[in-house]
Unconditional design. Structure first.
Length: 79
Protein backbone atom coordinates (compact mmCIF):
# COMPACT_ATOMS: atom_id res chain seq x y z
CA UNK A 1 0.00 0.00 0.00
CA UNK A 2 1.28 3.44 -0.89
CA UNK A 3 0.20 6.94 0.09
CA UNK A 4 -2.50 8.11 -2.35
CA UNK A 5 -1.05 11.64 -2.29
CA UNK A 6 2.72 11.19 -2.74
CA UNK A 7 3.13 7.46 -3.44
CA UNK A 8 5.53 6.61 -0.61
CA UNK A 9 4.96 3.35 1.30
CA UNK A 10 5.96 4.95 4.62
CA UNK A 11 3.12 5.88 6.94
CA UNK A 12 2.11 5.50 10.58
CA UNK A 13 -1.11 5.22 12.56
CA UNK A 14 -2.86 8.48 13.35
CA UNK A 15 -5.02 9.52 16.29
CA UNK A 16 -8.67 8.59 16.12
CA UNK A 17 -10.98 11.59 15.92
CA UNK A 18 -14.70 11.89 16.54
CA UNK A 19 -15.23 12.32 12.79
CA UNK A 20 -13.61 8.88 12.24
CA UNK A 21 -16.50 6.98 13.86
CA UNK A 22 -18.28 6.15 10.56
CA UNK A 23 -15.00 4.82 9.13
CA UNK A 24 -14.38 2.75 12.27
CA UNK A 25 -17.74 1.08 11.70
CA UNK A 26 -16.37 0.03 8.29
CA UNK A 27 -13.20 -1.32 10.02
CA UNK A 28 -10.97 1.41 8.61
CA UNK A 29 -8.41 3.19 10.78
CA UNK A 30 -6.67 6.54 10.16
CA UNK A 31 -3.00 6.67 9.14
CA UNK A 32 -0.66 9.55 8.31
CA UNK A 33 2.03 9.62 5.63
CA UNK A 34 5.52 10.15 7.03
CA UNK A 35 6.65 12.13 3.97
CA UNK A 36 3.78 14.45 3.00
CA UNK A 37 1.94 14.26 6.38
CA UNK A 38 -1.46 13.71 4.69
CA UNK A 39 -4.06 11.70 6.58
CA UNK A 40 -6.11 8.87 5.06
CA UNK A 41 -7.79 5.61 6.06
CA UNK A 42 -6.74 1.99 5.55
CA UNK A 43 -8.18 -1.40 6.42
CA UNK A 44 -7.92 -2.59 10.01
CA UNK A 45 -5.48 -5.44 9.25
CA UNK A 46 -2.91 -3.07 7.71
CA UNK A 47 -3.39 -0.57 10.53
CA UNK A 48 -2.82 -3.27 13.18
CA UNK A 49 0.40 -4.31 11.42
CA UNK A 50 1.51 -0.67 11.42
CA UNK A 51 0.84 -0.36 15.15
CA UNK A 52 2.89 -3.47 15.85
CA UNK A 53 5.84 -2.31 13.73
CA UNK A 54 5.58 1.15 15.27
CA UNK A 55 5.98 -0.35 18.78
CA UNK A 56 9.03 -2.34 17.64
CA UNK A 57 10.56 0.80 16.09
CA UNK A 58 9.99 2.77 19.31
CA UNK A 59 11.64 0.01 21.36
CA UNK A 60 14.65 -0.05 19.04
CA UNK A 61 14.99 3.75 19.23
CA UNK A 62 14.79 3.62 23.04
CA UNK A 63 17.51 0.96 23.10
CA UNK A 64 19.72 3.10 20.84
CA UNK A 65 19.23 6.09 23.14
CA UNK A 66 20.17 3.97 26.17
CA UNK A 67 23.28 2.66 24.40
CA UNK A 68 24.24 6.17 23.31
CA UNK A 69 23.79 7.46 26.85
CA UNK A 70 25.87 4.58 28.28
CA UNK A 71 28.55 5.26 25.66
CA UNK A 72 28.77 8.92 26.72
CA UNK A 73 29.17 7.92 30.35
CA UNK A 74 31.97 5.49 29.49
CA UNK A 75 33.92 8.00 27.39
CA UNK A 76 33.69 10.69 30.07
CA UNK A 77 34.96 8.39 32.81
CA UNK A 78 37.86 7.13 30.67
CA UNK A 79 38.99 10.60 29.58
Amino acid sequence: MNCPYCGTPKFRTSRVRFSDIPRLALLQLPVRCRLCRERFHVGISLALNLMQSQKVREQEEAAERRDKFKGKDNTETIA
